[in-house]
Structure formats: structure tokens, C-alpha cells
Write a protein that binds this ligand. Structure first.
Ligand code: HEC
Length: 161
């Protein structure tokens, strides 16, 4: 267990240092998701940043699978798994076990999709990518609401500042 957690942490660091190099430090908000030190408390802003990446990436993953682009699909699904690791951590830190479960489901479905895509199994990868939508829906109906500006936020009262 301990080793697995450490390995995941290392992977997240790898992925995020990759992002940081591309985006440059100026555009990388400090403390976002897993780029923050492991013990850092993630804020609602961090969750929003993750969701703004997860939304387009999930859509893109499904489109790539439709065109049998297994190599990019595998990368994108792996990236989603890392981001959902951050989402899971956010909800664990804010004591919402149901949300932790949904985020964990999405993370493991993303990993399944990555593994299947890497092995060239488009059908299996597509099933896993489609199944992820169930976790998105459940968590959104429990914890997400529209803000006044045409976007979204965490429902009022869920997070105690
Ligand atoms: C464990 C809970 C949880 C899961 C799982 C989850 N979300 Fe979210 N998501 C949220 C919450 C809470 C918000 C509102 C936060 C915000 O946008 O500030 C949100 C916001 C969003 C937004 C709007 C971001 C913005 O502010 O513009 C998108 C897009 C999104 N999620 C996509 C997804 C997709 C796609 C999945 C599944 C592949 C997913 N989410 C899974 C909790 C979750």
C-alpha cells in the first residue's frame, strides 16, 4: 500500500513537472492539484483548475478512441487518472467520502482506459471512458451548482473555509 501510494505520487510529480515545463511557471497557478507538495491542502480553486482540464480531456479521449488513436488516448487517459488522483485528495481533505469514492472510480476507470488503449483494445478503452461519465454525473449532482456567471462552483456550504 505504502509503496503504491509513493509510486503514484512520483508519477503525478512527473506528469506535472512536464506540464510546468510546457506552460512555464507564470501560467502554472501555485499549489494546483498534484504539483503542490504532497501535504498541501487543495483549495476549491485547485479543484476548479482540475475540472477545467478534466472536462476537455475526457471529451477529447472519447473522440480519439472513435478514431482509433490508441497512443494519444493512452496518454490522455493516464493524464486523467493523475488529475482524478488530485480530485480524490481534495475531497479526502474536505471529508466527503462519497465524493472520494466517485473520484476514485473515475481514476481507476481512467487507468483501465489507459491500459486498454496502450494494449490496442479500443472497445475496452471506450467502455471505461464512457463509464467514467457515471462518476462525473453523480458527483456533479451532489456537489456542483451553477454560479451566477454561466460557470460552475461547489455547492454552497459543502466546504468550510
Ligand atoms: C468527485 C466529484 C467530481 C467528479 C468525479 C467529477 N467532477 Fe467535475 N466538478 C465537480 C465540482 C464540485 C465542480 C464545480 C467546481 C467548479 O467548477 O468550481 C465540477 C466542475 C466541473 C466542470 C466545470 C468547470 C468550470 O468551473 O468551468 C467540468 C467541465 C467538469 N466538472 C467536468 C467533469 C468530468 C468530465 C468528469 C468526469 C470525467 C468530472 N467532472 C468528474 C466535481 C466532480
Amino acid at each position: 500500500m505504502h509503496c503504491a501510494a509513493r509510486a503514484t505520487g512520483a508519477l503525478i510529480c512527473l506528469v506535472f513537472s512536464g506540464c510546468a515545463n510546457r506552460a512555464g511557471p507564470a501560467t502554472m497557478p501555485t499549489g494546483t492539484g498534484a504539483s503542490a507538495p504532497a501535504q498541501a491542502v487543495l483549495t476549491p480553486h485547485n479543484l476548479e483548475e482540475l475540472m477545467k482540464k478534466i472536462g476537455p480531456a475526457h471529451k477529447s479521449l472519447r473522440q480519439r478512441l472513435e478514431t482509433n488513436d490508441t497512443a494519444q488516448s493512452a496518454k490522455e487517459a493516464q493524464q486523467l487518472a493523475e488529475w482524478f488522483g488530485g480530485v480524490e485528495k481534495f475531497w479526502a481533505q474536505h471529508d466527503r467520502n462519497d465524493a472520494v469514492t466517485w473520484a476514485g472510480q473515475a481514476r481507476s476507470q481512467a487507468s483501465d482506459a489507459a491500459g486498454a488503449a496502450a494494449a490496442g483494445n479500443v472497445e475496452k478503452a471506450t467502455t471505461a471512458a464512457n463509464d467514467m461519465a457515471g462518476a462525473c454525473r453523480q458527483c456533479h449532482s451532489a456537489y456542483r451548482e451553477s454560479d451566477a456567471a454561466g460557470g460552475y462552483r461547489i455547492k454552497r456550504g459543502v466546504i468550510t473555509p
